[in-house]
Design a protein around this ligand. Structure first.
Ligand code: BG6
Length: 279
């Protein structure tokens, strides 16, 4: 069976050997194993901390958590009761359907709708559908956000949100370079003062490394990125998500995270980021 669902976990298996595992909790992809054309043996491509909770008690430290409706600490008035990075990564999603099951690939859809628990902290009308698709050498994640308001009043009942995929790619972080971010403006969230954090900087590096604690939000970053390291790399193509966050806590911040394994900062994160407003 290319799709299996057991105890809150969904496994997708491709005929050529690649696989994906995701939790209904947070719709978090916790494993993606794939080979390449030159090295067809599937290997794990994502990092999950060995100290991560995968029992639904807190968001998973690793894999691909889905972030909605806010990135970082809430700042929008409608988000003020929410925790950092919103609620989508720590709600149990519903398995909706198998979207595709063919020699080409396998794909499933998970959904999240307001529950009483969500409505107590976030009362906006929304429907989320998350489609995860596995083909031989590629994983695709699509988040569909719908404003379910039926109001015809003016001004319209807009849904303002941020959404991102918080990807933890398995990579030797100290040897990683990210392209092409040169000449893009970014906000450096590692700066100590609020004033400095809010002042845009210009990226001068051809390839961006994460050898130091890095938490940089690049605006309108282009949508096509390459993360490279000696002997490996990953290509990322993004639709609609206009910003990109390059984050790695390194030892300085990583040691302060209770669920980050010792040395886990040697994994690498690149988060795709969207600010949106759906009327
Ligand atoms: C990144 C943010 O996307 O996520 C960082 O830019 C944040 O500021 C990091 O520290 C991890 O967040 P969390 O909530 O998963 O510990």
């Amino acid at each position: 069976m290319p799709v299996k669902q057991i105890s809150g976990r969904v496994t997708l298996t491709h005929a050529k050997g690649s696989s994906v595992e995701l939790l209904l909790y947070g719709a978090t992809v916790i494993s993606w194993k794939a080979g390449t054309i030159s090295e067809p043996q599937p290997i794990e491509r994502l990092f999950v901390s060995s100290k991560a909770a995968v029992d639904g008690s807190k968001p998973v430290r690793g894999g691909i958590p889905v972030i909605f409706p806010c990135f970082g600490p809430p700042s929008h008035p409608e988000h003020m009761k929410l925790a950092q990075h919103g609620f989508a990564r720590n709600e149990v999603w519903k398995f909706d359907s198998i979207v595709m099951d063919s020699d080409e690939g396998v794909s499933v859809r998970l959904t999240l709708e307001p529950t009483a628990g969500i409505a107590a902290k976030y009362d906006r009308p929304f429907h989320l559908a998350y489609v995860v698709t596995l083909v031989e050498h590629q994983i695709t994640t699509d988040l569909h956000v719908t404003n379910t308001s039926t109001s015809t009043a003016y001004p319209p009942d807009n849904l303002e949100f941020q959404a991102l995929f918080h990807n933890y790619f398995r990579a030797p972080a100290n040897d990683v370079l990210v392209f092409p971010l040169q000449n893009k403006s970014y906000f450096d969230k590692t700066e100590a003062s609020e004033e400095a954090r809010n002042k845009p900087k210009m990226e001068t590096r051809a390839g961006v490394d994460v050898r130091q604690f890095t938490d940089s939000v690049y605006e309108d970053a282009g949508g096509k990125y390459e993360v490279t390291w000696p002997g490996g790399g990953v290509e990322i193509a993004v639709r609609e998500l206009k910003d990109v966050v390059v984050w790695n806590p390194q030892q300085a911040a990583g040691m302060k995270m209770g669920d980050m394994e010792d040395g886990g900062w040697c994994a690498f994160t690149l988060a795709m980021h969207l600010d949106a407003n759906i009327p």
